[in-house]
Design a protein around this ligand. Sequence first.
Ligand code: SAM
Length: 267
Amino acid sequence: MHPARRTLGEAETRRANRTDWDAYADEYQAEHGQFLGDVAFVWCPEGVTEAEAKVLGDVRGRRVLEVGCGAAQCARWLVERGAGAVGLDLSVRQLQHSRRIDDGTGVSVPVVAGTATALPFADASFDVVFSAFGALQFVSDVALAVRETARVLRPGGTFAFSVTHPVRWSMPDDPTAEGLRVTSSYWDRRAYVETDDAGRVTYAEHHRTMGDWVALLADTGFRLTRLLEPEWPAGHDRVWAGWGPERGRLLPGTAIFSSTLDSGPTA
Ligand SMILES: C[S@@+](CC[C@H](N)C(=O)[O-])C[C@H]1O[C@@H](n2cnc3c(N)ncnc32)[C@H](O)[C@@H]1O
């Protein structure tokens, strides 16, 4: 892999990330599945759970969509609490893990393969849309993804998502003291892109500043209701890529946005 910062469009981002997540899904679930739990809702590597954070509120009887659901652990936890939850993910292999966990736990989540930028659901068909480190930072056309969310949500519905905290983008992806350095501009919106030896893009993540996220929500008819920047919990020693106790005690690694759809989509 050859990592670099560069601009990258939606089609190439999606092609690369679908291939990457299909190839990585088995390793991802083997490495993180126990931490995530089979019927459990963990928002981020800091281990903040929905039971503690109560971002989505009471979901009993609510129609809920998890975007970028992976193996749908979060949606499964919501099903146990009475929600009518469904999951969507770009990676068929991730969804096969969801079926495996359905079979093992007896708690099933209907899932569909698709992309956050073209949701295969009717207008106003959900009360809640959420994503736990799912699609939002893996799409290039995030404005389209947020418009799609607004389209499938009913007015007054909830949209919440967790992403890498924007300040982390200007630092190396290193959880140790070595990672406590600013090595690029916070305002550099170019994507993080990996390519193979032939120059073909194999993986991409896209950066937005805190202000970009707030503007994106406001411009699409959402009212920001909460912004969580979870503190690193005492006694939590688990390292997940760039997240770990050493940096986590000093700087936030995750941002969780929660919002309400005040009006219909504006564009
Ligand atoms: C870090 S995983 C998070 C999954 C799950 N929430 C979890 O905590 O394990 C990111 C997920 O987003 C999915 N994803 C990436 N791009 C997507 C897109 N454009 N639309 C839908 N899902 C996407 C990936 O396939 C992957 O399963």
